[in-house]
Design a protein around this ligand. Structure first.
Ligand SMILES: *Cc1c(COP(=O)(O)O)cnc(C)c1O
Length: 445
């Protein structure tokens, strides 16, 4: 593969953009390929190389790179009428009504411009609503580039995980290991009446894809209710992907008080949203006192793309298609891994997938989860499959990033660039694409 144009572009970018990229995860070594355009389930780079794309923008692209015709028309006609107004438009109401109709926890919703902005606002809302400061988060969970959740450590020893964040901010955040019932019970026993909210992804979607163990979300729901704290599900990555239009909360049957959205709900354009019980969401200004505002919030192009994308999914076989491909893919990966690298763990659900380079596996794979780890206690892998962020961090991420990823790229497969980020099947992918991907894994593992 020739990468001369990408190398030249990266050389230019390094002089004008820090690290040459506008989001740190994109800084593939030694240099990223620059995308020229998308084409269905593929992307084409600046040197004309074509890749089967399972990154899908890190999550927003349910349809891959060809938007369904109604989405495309809506986007184009909206743009042709002028980009935005700073005054309300009908399409915002359409999308708000649609989300409220389909997602169990949502009675009202406020749209913003990124997942980060959504989680920032949700935390402010939870603190404003409860009059408490402490937030419980999961180690290895991701909620965007924001002060309250960029922390590391554990209760009593929490520090910011980035320079530029005052130590005092981290003192209000308590990280616990995902899936550890005792840890979160201890935290509530010690600080129950100071905790504003537990903030968690329903599935760790930015750290290897980790499923909840049975009863974990129910425990969070009970603890928060018993202590008058809020349960916030960050569904920025799982929203409108896992569980279809009802999102992961519908699939798991656990209803949070507040839900944050992003990614798919904007149909490929910048978006975030905070939804939940009307009584809570109405605390946002101007209905309530918790300040929330944004020049671009509810942007007409985003709202049109989001609404038409979700409507299309409601009226067509979109989730059936992507979920069936995901199942086919994870089943195929499970067989390949059993043969080539039996200690590795296949993870994912619906249209999400990842092979985790776990270091130890079971002696026999008889009766294991067949299409992605479900944290089934009677699965022979149960003692080895990652249950939290630390377990994923223990995987062979150097091997993943330096040997496996480049070997896949050389075969024309674009995967997320490290062991942590999820990968996605899109509506543009076919069974043949999945077979191509499986052959590439077989070659590279
Ligand atoms: C992507 C993501 C975010 C951050 O969203 P941005 O739009 O990148 O700011 C927050 N939470 C989760 C769970 C995410 O996957």
């Amino acid at each position: 593969m020739n990468h001369d144009s990408s190398r030249e572009l990266y050389d230019r970018a390094l002089s004008s953009i820090p690290g040459g990229v506008n989001s740190s995860v994109r800084a593939i070594r030694p240099y990223p390929f620059f995308i020229e355009r998308g084409d269905g389930g593929h992307v084409i780079d600046a040197d004309g190389n074509r890749y089967l794309d399972f990154v899908n923008g890190y999550g927003p692209l349910l349809y891959g790179h060809d938007l369904p015709q109604p989405v495309q028309s809506a986007v184009q006609s909206t743009v042709s009428e002028g980009p935005m107004y700073g005054a309300p438009t009908e399409i915002e109401v359409d999308l708000a009504e649609f989300v409220s109709r389909h997602v169990p926890s949502v009675e009202m919703i406020r749209f913003v411009n990124s997942g980060t902005e959504a989680t920032v606002s949700a935390i402010r809302l939870a603190r404003g609503y409860t009059g408490r400061d402490k937030i419980v988060v999961m180690q290895g969970g991701y909620h965007g580039a924001q002060e309250s959740t960029l922390v590391e450590g554990e209760d009593g020893h929490v520090h910011p995980s980035s320079p530029g964040i005052p130590e005092e901010f981290a003192q209000h955040t308590i990280p616990v290991p995902f899936n550890d019932v005792d840890a979160v019970q201890d935290v509530f026993a010690a600080h129950g009446d100071e905790i504003a909210a537990v903030l968690t992804e329903p599935i760790l979607g930015n750290t290897g894809i980790v499923h909840p163990v049975e009863g974990y979300h129910e425990t969070l729901r009970d603890l928060t209710e018993d202590h008058d704290a809020l349960l916030i599900f960050d569904e920025v990555i799982t929203g409108f992907r896992v569980g279809g239009l009802q999102c992961a909360q519908g699939k798991f049957g656990v209803t949070p008080d507040v839900t944050t959205f992003g990614k798919i709900v904007g149909g490929g354009f910048p978006v975030g949203a905070i939804g939940g019980k009307a009584e809570i969401i109405e605390q946002f200004t101007p209905a309530g006192e918790v300040f929330q505002s944004g020049t671009f919030s509810g942007h007409p192009v985003t709202m049109a793309a989001g609404y038409e994308s979700l409507k299309y999914a409601a009226e067509n076989d979109v989730y059936e298609h992507v979920n069936a491909l995901g199942e086919q893919l994870r089943e195929g990966l499970t067989e390949i891994v059993a043969d080539r690298a039996p200690s590795y763990t296949v993870a994912g659900t619906d249209s999400m997938f990842k092979v985790l380079f776990t270091r130890e596996g079971p002696d026999s794979t008889e009766g294991q989860c067949e299409a992605g780890c479900r944290q089934r206690p009677d699965c022979p892998r149960y003692d080895h499959c990652p249950k939290n962020g630390a377990d994923v961090a223990d995987c062979e991420d150097e091997r993943w990033e330096r040997l496996f990823w480049p070997a896949m790229k050389e075969q024309g497969i674009f995967l997320t660039v490290n062991q942590y980020e999820s990968q996605f099947v899109s509506y543009a992918h076919t069974e043949e694409d999945v077979e191509t991907l499986l052959s590439a894994y077989e070659e590279a593992l």
